[in-house]
Design a binder for this molecule. Sequence first.
Ligand code: ZN
Length: 198
Amino acid sequence: MGTRKDLLNSQLTTNRQPRAALLKSSSRDRFGSSSNTARVPRVSMLVSDEYIIERVEIDERELERDPAGVQLRYNQTEPAIIRDGVDGLAVIDQGDEQYRVDFWGYAFGRLYINSEGVEEIGQKLTSNDGEIPSWILDSETVNDDDPPWWVPESVAIEPTVTCNNCTKTVSAQEGLSPRDLPPSIDGPVVCQTCWDQR
Ligand SMILES: [Zn+2]
């Protein structure tokens, strides 16, 4: 539900890292936040500053469309909310305990992080206190028999949810938990089909 996203949003406003203050105003604008009081780059929701080895300013067009590595996608579960964060990211093992992270969406860029950083991404983005995962591993980019070490074992590679209206089990990408569900639906989760037919 909204709780975890609200938490991430509040981290955006509270994680005032020294690095953010060093950024030039142009790059602050690029990662600009929706609030005048929180001029902190969106990347702080991905990984703590202390694990970042290097942050690369990159033109959006330079990001590969389908980079190598394990990809995670943000799973929008609230149809009425317009987000301005990161929609997806790829983690590319560079060897020597270094990882490249390309991320895209409203905010985009490239980071080089250490192994603690990639572990943090695995834990933070795959932990799920809501009904539906907020982030989902792209199964096409993960080897089921040899999942990346930084993804917790409990994380489903193809998670499913059950619709509280038609009781069908659907992929988590098709699950929605809108705030304004009709009271006739007995639970917080609906599938896309039921939502469209409400
Ligand atoms: Zn349904």
